[in-house]
Write a protein that binds this ligand. Structure first.
Ligand SMILES: Nc1ncnc2c1ncn2[C@@H]1O[C@H](COP(=O)(O)OP(=O)(O)OP(=O)(O)O)[C@@H](O)[C@H]1O
Ligand SMILES: [Mg+2]
Length: 508
């Protein structure tokens, strides 16, 4: 079938990087085409070119056989190409319908026609089987629902080709299933989808064809029905990937982090965590499993002193730090991999080296007093970047210019520096490619073997089952069950996560 999108010989250079190198890609109408590759392989760059956000240095683009110049997103949209943003650009106090039409409002005699907007949104939802209330206030919706609004918004503007760059990274497993149902329905209605993900199981489940990028070049295209995870991984990395992780046996030591009866306020002052207790010892990984939005985010912020406890106690290294605050807690050797790397983990406008010493710059090795020892910093930054494989043209590159996964690697590299005693890690491998995921998991296990106490919050149950010695299931702001490694099946844990099992116990 003639391609709906045809990219030919696309080359895009950034200072010090060849992001896309003679990339050719033909997307057939009505297919779900996955784009995979290591962090920094050039996936997002290629999609930004297709959406008119970046101009290629050379190469050509044809849409439905016609050569085009995509010099702006406006132009891309007019040709039926839409991109679903990962960092949602929606307005919380507006309704779903208002958000959908924002920027392209239906006007009647020059005036806004809200009924018309609502009707169109309802029609689109019906046509594509989306569950969404046009009158709901956006701020009250879950992340998965907000993503649905972004997709409807793109459809409302007439998109025939939808680009989704790591749409599942922010979703819970249930929401991923819902998204996939929506994508299959869109495909059935003739839409074309380009989909990016690092989770190869997802790619194999949803895609018709898979294009693999490595260091800016296309290394191959596969039919998903005949591809395997190991095969894709090897193409991505250029060598076979083991995909197994021996877990070291460690005798747990003294308690390093203890939470007693914590009550923590969430948004709008309502308690997000409601009397929660657990303890993590030296040499132990404590995994917190739960459906997102059950208090995990607030709990993590409280553990590192970024959010106060309304009541209860927090002890770290045997000291009561309930009122200590972030800086004092950090000085006790608590490292933090935050969930939202843009808000908490990095200053994007700063250079790579600056982000690598963020929070560490007062350490004596970086110079006495306020004087910074350039050579020591350079040596430190160089070592971190090499060890954690942060792909950056230089230490002086603005962090903004790094690919998403490489920004995450930078945070991990910094947080593992200076032998922390405790690590509070939220979604530590989100957005990382297979190799980097394995590397970061190994760092966690090695540090645990050396005595670190780890609190691991992850939306990926598989990650918790792999790494955790004990698992606490969080539901509605409480730990509703606790299991030793191997003591519960994923299904059992799932029942507690959704609250179903707790209800059963009460009923019985
Ligand atoms: N605006 C920019 N300025 C400078 N360099 C950039 C810019 N955008 C991307 N790059 C560089 O281009 C390369 C490809 O980045 P890109 O974001 O396309 O990777 P990716 O495949 O999407 O990776 P990830 O899986 O981590 O999201 C990287 O080396 C990145 O640092
Ligand atoms: Mg990317």
């Amino acid at each position: 079938m003639a391609a709906v999108i045809e990219l030919t010989g696309i080359t895009k250079r950034f200072p010090g990087v060849l992001a896309n190198d003679q990339v050719s890609l033909a997307v057939a109408p009505g297919e779900i085409h996955a784009l995979v590759g290591e962090n920094g392989a050039g996936k997002s760059t290629l999609m930004k070119i297709l959406y008119g956000l970046y101009q290629p240095d050379s190469g050509s683009i044809a849409v439905r056989g016609q050569p085009v110049v995509l010099d702006s997103p406006r132009r891309a949209i007019s040709l039926g190409i839409g991109m679903v943003h990962q960092h949602f650009m929606l307005i919380p106090v507006f309704t779903v319908a208002e958000n959908v039409v924002l920027g392209s409002e239906p006007a009647r005699r020059g005036r806004l026609a809200p009924d018309e907007a609502r009707r169109r949104v309802r029609e689109l939802c019906d046509q594509y089987g989306f569950v969404l209330d046009p009158d709901a206030e956006l701020g009250a919706l879950s992340v998965g629902e907000q993503q649905r609004v972004e997709i409807i918004k793109v459809l409302y503007r007439g998109a025939e080709v939808l680009i989704l760059d790591e749409p599942t990274a922010v979703l819970t497993p249930q929401e991923v299933d819902d998204l996939f149902a929506n994508l299959r329905r869109l495909r059935a209605e003739g839409k074309t989808i380009v989909f990016i993900s690092h989770i190869l199981e997802e790619v194999l489940a949803i895609a018709d064809r898979i294009t693999v990028l490595r260091r800016g070049q296309v290394v191959g295209m596969l039919e998903a029905a005949r591809a395997t995870k190991a095969q894709i991984a090897e193409m991505m990395v250029g060598r076979p990937i083991l995909m197994e992780l021996p877990v070291p046996e460690v005798a747990a030591g003294e308690p390093r982090l203890v939470v007693e009866g914590a009550v923590i306020a969430g948004a709008r002052g309502r308690p997000a965590v409601r009397g929660l207790s657990f303890a993590v010892r030296s040499g132990e990984v404590y995994g917190i499993a739960g459906v997102e939005g059950n208090g995990q985010s607030e709990l993590v912020e409280a553990l590192v002193g970024l959010r106060p406890l309304v009541s209860g106690r927090l002890l770290i290294m045997g000291r009561d730090v309930t009122r200590t605050g972030a800086r004092g807690i950090r000085l006790l050797g608590v490292a933090h991999i935050p969930e939202d790397r843009h808000r908490r983990g990095l200053v994007l406008a700063m250079e790579v080296w600056e982000n690598l010493i963020l929070g560490h710059h007062t350490r004596p090795i970086f110079g006495p007093g306020l004087l910074l020892d350039r050579t020591a910093i350079e040596r430190f930054a160089q070592e971190r970047v090499a060890r954690f494989d942060v792909r950056t043209p230089s230490l002086r590159t603005p962090t903004l210019a790094l690919s998403g996964g490489n920004q995450q690697k930078l945070i991990v590299a910094r947080e593992f520096a200076f032998d922390p005693s405790v690590l509070v890690a939220a979604q530590p491998t989100r957005g990382l490619d297979i190799g980097a995921t394995e590397f970061v998991r190994r760092q966690i296990l090695d540090a645990k073997a050396a005595g670190m106490a780890v609190v691991l919050v992850s939306a990926m149950l598989e990650e918790i089952l792999t790494l955790a010695d004990r698992i606490g299931v969080i539901h509605a702001g409480q730990i509703v069950a606790e299991f030793a490694r191997g003591a519960a099946t994923p299904r059992e844990i799932g029942l507690y996560m959704t609250g179903a099992r707790q209800a059963e116990v009460r009923a019985g």
